[in-house]
Design a protein around this ligand. Sequence first.
Ligand SMILES: [Fe+2]
Length: 221
Amino acid sequence: MSSLIDGLLARPVATIEDEVVEIIDDLINSLPDPKQLTSEERRGIIARYTSVLEGNFIYWMTAAVIAAKAEQSRPILLENLYEEVHDAHPLMLRKFAMAANAFPTDKDALAVNDYLAKVRLFMGELSPVKSVLTMGFFEGFIQKFMAYLADLAARQGSTEMEYTDVHGVCDIEHTEGLFKVLAAEIALTPPEPDADLFEGVTLLRTLIERIVRPEAALLTA
Ligand SMILES: [Fe+2]
């Protein structure tokens, strides 16, 4: 990439990144106070989070790898997937949920089903820029959510914190990597001026909001 293009792109990507950070911070600031939650409400958040993340994170990161077209993108995304698979992150998450007595039930999975389906269909569209942006948002959110998730589990009497410890740290690097990929994808496939780049971010944000407050889903369903 020439330095001229670099310069032209630096601003939009930085603006997009700022916007993502703002959405993440809004989400984190809107989380209910764990002290005010009942034990069942705390269990439910852990369970719904687990039901969404365990089977879908690697699948959606794989979708981003398939969607990404820029030469620089693949190694960064594959590095992320390598770690997920090599260190068995889904196993780590399952252990975390089980230790907090929050292994998801059918009700937990079904409470977020419609919102999960929308994200799955969106990832299936394999849009390079939108998919990568969605995963950048997801990584960034997960990293900031870990302290809260660990707090919920601790209040449920758990001491099994490998999942939250690992993801509070490693996702910082992954998020930065994903924004490098985003810049490369925007350079290769510049989006139309009226394209909604945040389409996937909005769908995933709604899914996360339903993980936290499933009763809100009933109000808007
Ligand atoms: Fe992970």
